[in-house]
Design a protein around this ligand. Structure first.
Ligand code: ATP
Ligand code: LTN
Length: 333
């Protein structure tokens, strides 16, 4: 486990059902990287409450995400898999890091601006502080690499800045992490508005394909996906955002590279192309959904995974927090 392997950390918020964007940009890579790295994966429920959540839904989505992680292939024996709120060190380190972060930096964050516009009635301090909590998550575990979708790049940059700032103010304390982004599918876009990222909390559910969608729903959503009038399956994100997005999805779900996918559909109409994309997605999701349902029926097992994960995470996080408290001058008994 720990030792020579580099530390990898990532998390997903248990808000709503995950989309194929979350799967391609994040979870799929978590699975692929678990043998090569010392992996820690969290369910970021403390981040989730920066937008108002229904408590019963949040609880349900938490277990559902845990089951999904495992159903997608994350092995709790190989990785630390835990719930953020089970490890108090996250909130504790976030408080300290707040004093190394400037208000102006947080105001400039794109996600904060987007979410403030979307939730204008609830621009709470937590929403603004979101990136600092994320920095605490990452820095607590002396993380080397963080696989995320490109929408999180700015948060990764600020995490690095905060780490460097702290290390310079005292002495090397935190590993400065690197973000890793997949080549294909680091940003999957909305099927109805391909200028926007596909999001779990999209206003129109027809623009997002959820990992929980059944085959008919998946086929229907792809059938309605926006394309263009050229009728050529060609990857050109600038001029053909809809078709290029569908090609990225097809490529990610079949493992074929973009040129291979383009030639597979040479001369094909969009109807046939969209049907093939839908089939590829539905085929891949069916066994994941079946496994997730099986896991959700065994709450005792899931609770056990969370308990082990919380213990392992708390042990590791505690070491970093103790170092930080000492350096900043918190009196120790
Ligand atoms: P919300 O819409 O509720 O803000 P989200 O869909 O952005 O949520 P997160 O929990 O914030 O989901 O993100 C989980 C992971 O999925 C992150 O690594 C994020 O970068 C990645 N991700 C989210 N949306 C996409 C997307 N459309 N394409 C690729 N990766 C994505
Ligand atoms: N903000 C992330 C979720 C997240 C995260 C993290 C990702 C919370 N803490 C630490 C990587 C590392 C998002 O994907 N929206």
């Amino acid at each position: 486990m720990q030792g020579e392997k580099k530390v990898l950390y990532s998390a997903v918020q248990p808000t709503n059902n995950l989309t194929i964007g979350n799967y391609i940009g994040a979870v799929r890579n978590f699975v692929a990287l678990q043998n090569e790295y010392d992996c820690i994966y969290a369910i970021a429920n403390m981040h989730a409450i920066t937008v108002r959540q229904n408590p019963a839904e949040l609880r349900k989505n938490t277990l559902s995400l845990l089951a999904l992680y495992i159903a997608c292939g994350i092995d709790p024996q190989k990785c630390v898999l835990y719930l953020q709120s089970h490890v108090p060190a996250h909130a504790e380190l976030a408080w300290v890091l707040n004093t190394f972060t400037y208000v102006g930096e947080m105001e400039r964050m794109t996600q904060f601006k987007d979410k403030s516009a979307k939730h204008a009635d609830n621009i709470n301090m937590g929403l603004m502080d979101y990136p600092v909590l994320m920095a605490a998550d990452i820095l607590l575990y002396q993380t080397d690499v963080v696989p995320v979708g490109v929408d999180q790049r700015q948060h990764l940059e600020i995490t690095r800045d905060i780490a460097i700032r702290f290390n310079n103010a005292y002495s090397p304390t935190f590993t400065v992490p690197e973000g890793v982004y997949t080549k294909v599918g680091a940003k999957i876009n909305d099927l109805l508005d391909p200028s926007k990222k596909m999001s779990k909390s999209a206003e129109n559910v027809n623009g997002a394909v959820f990992l929980s969608d059944d085959r008919d729903t998946i086929m229907r959503k792809f059938k309605r996906a926006v394309t263009d009038s050229e009728a050529a399956v060609r990857y050109d994100p600038e001029n053909k955002p809809g078709v290029s997005n569908l090609l990225s999805i097809y490529s990610a779900f079949t493992g074929r590279d973009i040129p291979q996918c383009e030639s597979a559909f040479a001369g094909c109409g969009y109807g046939q192309f969209k049907e093939a994309v839908g089939e590829a997605v539905a085929d891949k999701l069916a066994p994941i959904q079946a496994e997730q349902a099986k896991l959700l029926a065994d709450k005792e097992y899931l609770n056990g995974v969370l308990k082990n994960g919380a213990e392992a995470a708390a042990r590791r996080a505690g070491r970093t927090l103790a170092k930080v408290y000492k350096k900043i001058g918190f009196y120790q008994l």
